[in-house]
Design a protein around this ligand. Structure first.
Ligand SMILES: Cc1cc2nc3c(=O)[nH]c(=O)nc-3n(C[C@H](O)[C@H](O)[C@H](O)COP(=O)(O)O)c2cc1C
Length: 272
């Protein structure tokens, strides 16, 4: 465990823009090596531009991260977004091709993007869904239904319907000040999506470690043409997923919702 911790420190260091902090992290890495069984630290703020010191254990971060569906409008400082993307690109990728292409949309452009998405949603009425190509296995479908049932009391408290809140909210990145869109060049096969999935996982966890909240937004891929048009994205780039990023609104009931997970035996078959 301690060697993992040392590795993570070094990983953070390689992503760090600050040589001054390198020595501090090296010392901490050595310290970590002397602590058998010590907990893994996800991330320490590496940039002098970020406002708080934030240390979060990796396991703690994994367990406590959740999607946020109501954001405060407060802007996220650009150095913090850059730090987040640097951490995201620490993700592994096949042959280290690092096929991710991010478009970060903020300010008035973010508003413009949402206006266009909302218009497209009203015209085409494509809702959030798994995008399956044939009926899902029953057990899997039931998980989605259960999630909605568990969300419903929060929507009732807010006086909104789940359908409207999730679809319109997704088009508006739930009011987040930052929308990060991930694109993949069309020269890649579907295998490139695996790299994007891993990067998305890094992104949401690293954001959590930085005191930010996220919600992956797959719905906008249904409106890919509109997104590409409004952001002048070349035809040969595929929109893989969007991510709403910002600070959570602590007063919104839906942010008290935490999704469930099935037991391990529902996903796992051991062969000995
Ligand atoms: C690829 C992907 C696309 C998603 N798209 C949406 C979306 O369009 N709108 C939304 O509200 N949540 C979206 N989510 C969030 C999921 O609903 C959420 O991750 C899931 O319910 C589990 O909850 P948790 O993230 O809080 O653990 C998406 C998640 C993933 C991984």
């Amino acid at each position: 465990m301690s060697s993992i911790m040392a590795f993570l420190f070094q990983l953070s260091v390689f992503c760090s823009p600050s040589p001054i902090l390198y020595s501090q992290f090296s010392i901490l890495s050595l310290f970590a090596l002397t602590l058998p069984g010590s907990c893994v630290i996800l991330h320490l703020f590496l940039s002098l531009d970020v406002e708080e010191d934030f240390i979060m254990e990796l396991h703690e971060a994994i367990k406590t991260r959740k999607s946020c569906r109501a954001f405060k409008p407060d802007p996220v400082p650009r150095p913090k977004i850059e730090e987040l993307l640097r951490l995201t690109t620490c993700a592994p990728s096949a042959i280290n091709l690092q096929p991710w292409e991010f478009i970060v949309v903020i300010g008035e452009e973010r508003e413009r993007l949402s206006r266009r998405l909302m218009k497209a949603y009203k015209e085409k009425q494509i809702s959030c869904g798994p995008g399956n190509v044939k009926p899902l296995p029953r057990t899997v479908g039931k998980r989605g239904a259960k999630t909605l049932v568990m969300m419903n009391p929060f929507f009732e408290e807010m006086g909104v319907t789940s359908d409207r809140y999730i679809n319109e909210g997704s088009c508006n990145f739930y009011g987040a000040p930052v929308a990060i869109l991930m694109f993949l060049d069309d020269s890649f096969s579907k295998a490139g999506l695996v790299d994007h999935g891993i990067a998305l996982a890094y992104l949401v966890l690293a954001a959590h470690g930085l005191g930010l909240s996220t919600c992956p937004i797959g719905l906008i891929t249904a409106y890919e043409d509109d997104v590409k048009d409004v952001l002048s994205v070349p035809e040969n780039k595929h929109l893989v997923v969007g991510v709403a990023l910002g600070y959570p609104d602590p007063n919104s009931p839906i942010n008290r919702f935490k999704s469930h997970r099935d037991d391990l035996d529902k996903f796992t078959r051991w062969i000995e």
